[in-house]
Design a protein around this ligand. Structure first.
Ligand code: DCT
Ligand code: MG
Length: 452
């Protein structure tokens, strides 16, 4: 600044006390030299966010407040907390001083207040009181039931239902998904390991290959991003010949059912039409693929795989280390059940246990030779595969930011079906994730660095 002549001459002309200003600036620069500051682009899709997090205390607090906002139907506030947490998650070292946060994007007043309380007082009162609040604890327990969203949970809470036992005693009518969710509550709230995800993958592969040789399955979701645990396992299925994938889901589901692998499933039909010029309608959401929300029965096997987990996350029950083939489960379908909460559950599901003081959290049954596992299957035509892969890999915030970047910065609309350029009024084709990033004018970020 001292060498910036225009600033100097303008100050002189305006009669400002240049010397005093200079001294101030120097003092400020000296203070700043002592704190590490960071430079972070404002969209999460411009950043590389690995699983390494140097600010877990801060991000845990902001994530819990985000979760509370989302469960209370305050999505705007939820996103603000999520964005703030994601910025901190992307930093290369721990934040120790508020001054380090100067100039960082996405840190609103509310998030800054929470961060400041933690850095300066060691705790945030808002975080602590939210975490302890009866309402939040009840929302967590109830939305931890597969098939129960925040609105249903809120209604039950207003009727005085705060725990699973109270729900069981209440005589509330539950749809088929919720019944399965309640029945398998403990299993579905226990994090899945990467080894379990792999075992599920082998079963899905057998199913797909037996009903349509040549079809391909790809692991998506958190496990594709390298996460060691997850609340479900997500797969994308396609076939290299466009159109061959039609009707595939029902065949896969029948095969899985006949082999006794399914405790629950609900399939939604593909309602997305491909015309010769491109996808028939401007895309808005993800429900247009053929999709199956399911609960698998993952049974222990006689040491079939024999592979030992490489990481330290060994299951305390060694008998549960290798899991696979299921026995007949006799699950049935009921198409009249309302599609309650078809949105995949978020991370809250596997954090319920331990945080809710839940006296009703039974220990994993020691003798049960299987566990229930949430599995999401999606079938995509090959022409949309790259978009589907990008859209289903996540993280949720990374996806949201990609769409926001596309809309706000590029006048494009991105979905898991297509990318539409509003300026050129045409769809932009892509056969790989790399091409989509290139269309969007973004540097390619590999899945392991999309953990925003
Ligand atoms: N997805 C999304 N927006 C949503 C829901 C899902 O963009 N509202 C995408 C991103 C992730 C992917 O679908 C799979 O969803 P989840 O299984 O819920 O997320 P995950 O990252 O796999 O997390 P987890 O490890 O808990 O399963
Ligand atoms: Mg997942």
């Amino acid at each position: 600044h001292l060498l910036d002549i225009s600033w100097y001459t303008e100050s002189m002309r305006a009669g400002l006390p240049v010397q005093i200003l200079d001294r101030h600036k120097l003092q400020e620069q000296q203070v700043e030299a002592e704190v590490v500051t960071f430079s972070v682009p404002s969209y999460a899709c411009q950043r590389r966010t690995t699983l390494e997090n140097h600010n877990t205390v801060l991000t845990d607090a902001l994530s819990l407040l985000a979760e509370n906002a989302e469960l209370s139907d305050e999505d705007g506030r939820g996103v603000a907390f999520r964005r703030a947490a994601a910025v901190l998650r992307s930093l290369p070292e721990p934040v120790t001083d508020m001054k380090q946060l100067r100039g960082l994007p996405c840190l609103g007043d509310h998030s800054l207040r929470v961060i400041k309380d933690i850095l300066e007082d060691g705790a945030s009162r808002e975080f602590e009181s939210t975490k302890q609040s009866e309402r939040f604890k009840a929302l967590k327990v109830l939305t931890g039931i597969f098939g129960v969203g925040s609105r249903t949970a809120d209604r039950w809470i207003r009727e005085g239902i705060h725990t699973l036992q109270q729900l069981r005693d209440s005589g509330q009518s539950l749809n088929r998904a919720q019944q399965a969710g309640l029945e398998h509550y403990d299993d579905l709230n226990r994090p899945l390991t990467a080894a379990e995800a792999e075992a599920v993958g082998e079963i899905v592969e057998r199913a797909v290959v037996s009903v349509l040789p040549g079809a391909q399955i790809t692991l998506t979701g958190g496990f594709r991003r390298g996460k060691l645990t997850g609340h479900d396992v997500d797969f994308l299925i396609t076939h290299p010949d466009e159109g061959r994938e039609e009707g595939l889901m029902s065949k896969v589901v029948s095969w899985l059912e006949s082999q006794g692998f399914l405790l629950y499933q609900k399939t939604t039909r593909n309602s997305y039409l491909e015309s010769k010029d491109g996808p028939a309608r401007p895309p808005a959401n993800m429900d247009r693929f053929e999709r199956c929300f399911s609960i698998f029965k993952l049974t222990m096997e006689e040491r079939r795989g024999t592979e030992q987990p490489e990481n330290g996350e060994r299951n305390p029950n060694p008998a549960e280390d290798t899991l696979s083939v299921g026995a007949r489960s006799g699950s049935q379908t009921d198409e009249n059940t309302p599609p309650q909460s078809q949105v995949p559950a978020d991370e809250r599901r596997h954090r319920v246990s331990g945080e809710d003081g839940g006296q009703e959290e039974a220990k994993p049954a020691a003798h049960k030779p299987w566990r229930a596992v949430r599995v999401d299957l999606v079938v995509s035509p090959i022409s949309q595969f790259a978009f589907a892969l990008l859209g289903w890999t996540g993280s949720k915030l990374f996806e949201r930011e990609l769409r926001r970047w596309a809309g706000h910065e590029k006048a494009m609309s991105l979905s898991s079906h297509a990318l539409y350029d509003n300026t050129q009024s045409r769809y932009l084709r892509a056969t790989s994730e790399e091409e989509i990033f290139a269309h969007l004018g973004l540097e390619f970020i590999p899945p392991s660095e999309r953990n925003a």
